[in-house]
Ligand binder design. Structure first.
Ligand code: 13P
Length: 259
């Protein structure tokens, strides 16, 4: 049985005070609804203050994990503006996102870059969420499975089976992100099923059965339960609805009820 994983990607939102308050709310929600693994991804400057909140003990010893929205592939050096995996660990992170669609499509990152970041973060001991997903044009031209397969294969290139156990895939169709348009549970399930088949082809059936694949794209308190009821949807990566502890808590509750 795969443990559901719910991630809150705060993107470029919050300020120092509201980030800490939101983290407190998420801790409370995680304590109320045990079961799912919960990770929040604040902006870089707020990692430390959020870490201070998250390290407080909560009921039952449960934790909310801290993750970074991006990471650079080098350990240190002359890379102005970048942040290394070791720096993230030093600030309390145990997770990092790589290949988020906004990094691919707004910043212009390609699959090679995403793969370098993933391998460097994994080598440094972080767990990684590899984000993939098709654009609206790619969906309309029938390329959804092809794009997901390519981004999965290139993203996971030169990853060992042992390293794969610290990787989660987030299927985030670009047209569903921040638009209020959610993939139907059946469409999302179909994409997840195909992605799992690709992982099976690369790493074998056992590994494919173990890897968690999250859905992301306008997931909210109202639609989470239906999406999470699908057999290959193992959690959610949430943007807008992760900025309110109550809404995010409702999604955690839906994931907890699924188990
Ligand atoms: P929204 O939930 O705002 O659509 O964002 C999804 C996302 O990009 C999470 O990484």
């Amino acid at each position: 049985m795969r443990t559901p994983i719910i991630g809150g990607n705060w993107k470029m939102n919050t300020d120092r005070a509201s980030a800490a308050t939101l983290a407190e709310g998420v801790l409370g929600a995680a304590a109320l609804h045990p079961g799912p693994e919960v990770v929040v991804f604040p902006p870089f400057p707020y990692l430390l203050p959020v870490h201070e909140v998250l390290r407080r003990p909560i009921i039952g010893g449960r934790t909310v994990h801290l993750g970074a929205q991006d990471v650079y592939h080098a350990e240190k050096g002359a890379f102005t503006g970048e942040v290394s995996p070791l720096m993230l660990r030093d600030c309390g992170c145990t997770w990092a996102l790589v290949g988020h669609s906004e990094r691919r499509h707004v910043i212009g990152e390609g699959d090679d870059n995403v793969n370098m970041k993933l391998r460097s973060a994994i080598a440094a001991g972080l767990s990684v969420i590899l984000c993939i997903g098709e654009t609206l044009h790619q969906r309309e031209t029938g390329d959804t499975n092809h794009i997901n397969e390519r981004q999965t294969r290139l993203g996971l290139r030169e990853v060992s089976p042992e390293q794969l156990t610290r990787i989660v895939i987030a299927y985030e169709p670009v047209w569903a992100i921040g638009t209020g348009k959610t993939a139907t549970p059946n469409d999302a399930q179909e994409a997840h099923f195909h992605i799992r088949r690709v992982v099976a082809d690369m790493f074998g059936q056992d590994a494919a059965g173990r890897i968690r694949i999250q859905y992301g794209g306008s997931m909210n308190a109202a639609n989470a339960a239906a999406l999470l009821s699908m057999p290959d949807i193992d959690g959610g990566l949430i943007g807008g609805a992760s900025l309110k502890a109550e809404d995010f808590g409702a999604i955690i509750a839906a994931a907890a009820a699924r188990r």
